[in-house]
Design a protein around this ligand. Structure first.
Ligand code: 15L
Length: 254
């Protein structure tokens, strides 16, 4: 398999590259706006994900793309528009034009951040974005649906929780996606013969989890980690009312 990873130098990209190195026999092409030192089996392309010509060249001859490049937090509408919305369009359009059959899109739990904590939700529940950032991820999911229905691209949208080496605060006991489970979930999305179009939550098997992980399991994802193991070590803090945590606070949006 030849794989393009956009935004490969970010937090999730760095964790994923490490995980895939040992588990998935794939040649990787890494696209990032900042230089990265490629490892064994990796090729680096310096470029902007919002430039269709750049993405076309990067995705050509790839069997799949994991699209991670984005502003990963709340920001001004203009910045989100440029990187997250335009950039995601460029990836789907490049996949169509270059015949890349599968795209795994890094969506986010902030697509549903205004659900109250403890409320169990599944991807079939209505969106409740908590930020321009969360709304841009919903745009990516909807665009993926269009490119699947109209052009037959296989698309998995992963609503990533908190992809971190370990949970740091109380919220993470519900939202954590461990490095190993991130790798397992992305691998399932990259290899499942059953993938058409899917939205799945990306979380570990957290005892305090809020999200239905069944849609991921249907693609072959078997989470093994549980944030509870770190419960005694996380920073205690008054929980936010909503699942999206600080993103839901009005002052978070500029
Ligand atoms: C995300 O989508 C963000 O990219 C990351 O910065 C974290 O805020 C994470 O969600 C989370 O909800 O913990």
């Amino acid at each position: 398999m030849k794989l393009l990873i956009t935004g490969a130098g970010g937090t999730v990209g760095t964790m994923l590259r490490q995980g895939l190195r040992d588990s998935l026999a794939a040649e990787k092409r890494l696209l990032d706006i900042n230089p990265i030192a490629p490892g064994i089996g990796e090729e680096f392309v310096l470029g902007d994900v919002t430039d269709l010509a750049v993405v076309r060249q990067a995705i050509s001859d790839c069997d799949a793309c994991v699209h991670l490049a984005a502003i990963p937090v709340e920001s001004t509408f203009e910045k989100i528009l440029q990187t997250n919305i335009r950039g995601t369009w460029a990836v789907f359009e490049a996949a169509r034009l270059e015949g890349c059959p599968r795209v795994v899109f890094a969506s986010s739990n902030h697509a549903t951040g205004y659900y109250p904590i403890h409320h169990r939700i599944s991807p079939s529940d209505p969106p409740r974005p908590d930020s321009y950032y969360g709304a841009s991820k919903l745009f990516g999911e909807v665009l993926g649906s269009l490119y699947h229905d109209k052009y037959g691209v296989r698309v998995a949208c992963i609503r990533i929780g908190s992809a971190l080496p370990r949970p740091v605060d109380e919220r993470h006991l519900s939202t954590w996606l461990s490095p190993g489970d991130l790798t397992r979930l992305v691998t399932a999305c990259l290899t499942s013969p059953d993938l058409g179009y899917a939205i799945v939550y990306g979380a570990s098997a957290n005892r305090r989890g809020w999200w239905d992980l069944e849609p991921g399991r249907r693609l072959g994802y078997e989470p093994v980690d549980d944030a509870e193991v770190f419960a005694a070590e996380v920073e205690p803090g008054p929980p936010d009312e909503f699942q999206g945590g600080t993103f839901t606070r009005p002052e978070a949006t500029p």
